[in-house]
Design a protein around this ligand. Sequence first.
Ligand SMILES: Cc1cc2nc3c(=O)[nH]c(=O)nc-3n(C[C@H](O)[C@H](O)[C@H](O)COP(=O)(O)OP(=O)(O)OC[C@H]3O[C@@H](n4cnc5c(N)ncnc54)[C@H](O)[C@@H]3O)c2cc1C
Length: 345
Amino acid sequence: MDWNGMMESILVLTHTDESSALTKASLEAVTAGRELAARLGASLCIGILSADPASGASALATAGVRLLAVTGYAFGQARYATDAAACEALCRATYATIVLAPECSRIARVAAGVAHRLSGVIDTHITSLGGSNTLEATRWFYRQRIEGTVTRESRPWFLLLDAGTQIAFAGETAAVNPELIDVPLPAVRTTVTGFRSPESDVQTIRPDARLLFVAGAGWTKKQPDGQTHASEAGNLIIDFIHRTGASLGSSKSLVDQGSEGNSVLPFLTHMNQIGQTGATPRHPKGLSTCCHGEEPHVVGWRFIGERRAISLDSNCGWTRGKADVVYIADAFKVIAKVNELLERK
Ligand SMILES: Cc1cc2nc3c(=O)[nH]c(=O)nc-3n(C[C@H](O)[C@H](O)[C@H](O)COP(=O)(O)OP(=O)(O)OC[C@H]3O[C@@H](n4cnc5c(N)ncnc54)[C@H](O)[C@@H]3O)c2cc1C
């Protein structure tokens, strides 16, 4: 199909979670789609992938747009063949020239393949959509050091939106029937046998948490009494994480200690690492403890709104302009006191 010269037609791809509700990242994509459609004067459709789309569709009742769904047991499961077929069918049914979707594991796995099937183009990790008459998509390059703006002539243009960059759509719920798109079941090689996820109190990486708590190598270093206190450190940190629901990050030095055979906090892995060679999460607030605040670590704090740090070193990187507030104090004592106050509360 020749897409050139067509008025933009926007499709937002969404999916439901195990509870049949639309995921938060999907609702963020809906917000982005509505704003973009209003700005470009374009048509807007929302496609839902779900075994049971009723609840997801009802959450979009006040969005005032055409709702479509691919449904059925097989299409409720995350699997390349079925998800790609469903997304492709939704794109074809809506003649979408711009496809917005959440950058979640399920959609990210199939989006490039679907774009290819439609002879389209794709950009990932989009953080904002700007432009007045045209679409300008923003993303970060080179480990979040350079922010770039992308425009493209080719259509359909798929844009995957990073989670946490938009406000999730929230409207009154009401019963609404989405148009059901019939998709022939493709050849399926993968059988989904179920979900296995850690208990919520074992899972320490919480992208939606209001607070990021970072543990640095200082927790396992010799303290003023000349001894290390790794198990006490572990108890203090995990107690704080459980009481506050914060997400747990780490410096590279601390997680690296495990591979060197040194005492290390047992619940930390490289998945917790924040920084240049780690993650760059988005949280409104961050609290760094026993961490020096070196640049390769702090670059991972780019999207943390308000930064605070606790360090014994009054000359550490945080005090040199990298944190909003620095407490020059012993983190063992501070966190013990905070946990005590939280317990009383
Ligand atoms: C190419 C490259 C990539 C890198 N990528 C990353 C990355 O992705 N992430 C990352 O984190 N690092 C990264 N690093 C390493 C980074 O440069 C630092 O070495 C690392 O972040 C230091 O970790 P730290 O601050 O926990 O440890 P340290 O530098 O050892 O600092 C420990 C701090 O704890 C304080 N302290 C000790 N006891 C207490 C106490 N009781 N109370 C309060 N404070 C206390 C000390 O004063 C000290 O400031 C990278 C380095 C390179 C070269």
